[in-house]
Ligand binder design. Sequence first.
Ligand code: FE2
Length: 378
Amino acid sequence: MTPTTAPAPHEAVPAPVDRMPLNGIDHIELWVGNAAQAAYFYEHAFGFRRVAYAGLETGVRDRSTHVLEQGRIRLVLTGALSSDSPIARHHARHGDGVRSIALSVPDVDHAYAEALARGARGVDMPSTRTDEHGSVRLASIATYGETLHTFVDRSAYAGAFLPGFRALPQRAPEADDLLLAIDHVVGNVELGHMQEWVGFYERVFDMTEMLHFSDEAISTEYSALMSKVVASGDGRIKFPINEPAEGRRKSQIDEYLDFYEGAGAQHIAVATRDIVGTVAELRRRGVSFIPIPESYYDDVAERVPAVAGQLADLREQGILVDHDDEGYLLQLFTQPVGDRPTVFFEVIERHGARGFGEGNFKALFEAIEREQDKRGNL
Ligand code: FE2
């Protein structure tokens, strides 16, 4: 007689196997025109600390790379050392931009093989870099535009960043970190391609579309963009994907696609615990934020009663407020960080809300219209 294979009632049902486990974002690498000066900017304006360097002095002949950290955020800035470098070609086409959104994984070979089996395009086969501090396994696949996802397993490494990098001496921090972690990274893709890339993240990474409850139907009319968000099962990785939509004026996504010359990462949102203090400090250090019209604050207390007590501070720093069924969030966007109107940063402080500020498109547009009205131009 064959024994039955069904589990007895007292046995635990096995947890579903996660076939594509992701630990989180390991780092974000930007390919820039001048990594030395970009590093100075992110250090002094944004409050990052330099932790590692590779370049001619460390035996690297084709590029100069500066690694900076703040909170759990790791930013990697790379510039070319010759005109025939792929970095130089990337920069000539796109300007400063995000080359890779690197993902920490427990097993690089598995992640790479699984991604390719699910239809992703491989860019760098798995390889190991080693130095006296241990070894790191790396591989890369393509996502939208010329952007990559690099898989990183640094569990066998004790050095500063990657083998071959020189660790930089660490001074005692002058103050607490302003920025704590990456909240989300947004991709802009061409008209009609948003669903295709949402499908890519669902298929390759088992991500799911995040449903968040806001008045999206209205906000779309004003914001002239379509947006969907994919997130990993634990919610640690969130990738909104935008495509342009017909609006009253040229979409900000169209402007990005024109100047980036294709799809790419639009903004990196970083979480803070005290957005009022953080934005004030970033302004003092020279970071420029988008200007918010005074009239935006006319109806904030009515829209989001929870922030009524903070209104004077929010108005003074020009911070935006949005809410959903689960709470509210405070956010503000920097001006583009490079010459082109492409990549920028967002600072965000969440209080329960899981959205991305969709309600602000409408509130901001209406505030701008109120300003226009005051000037008799509406
Ligand atoms: Fe955002």
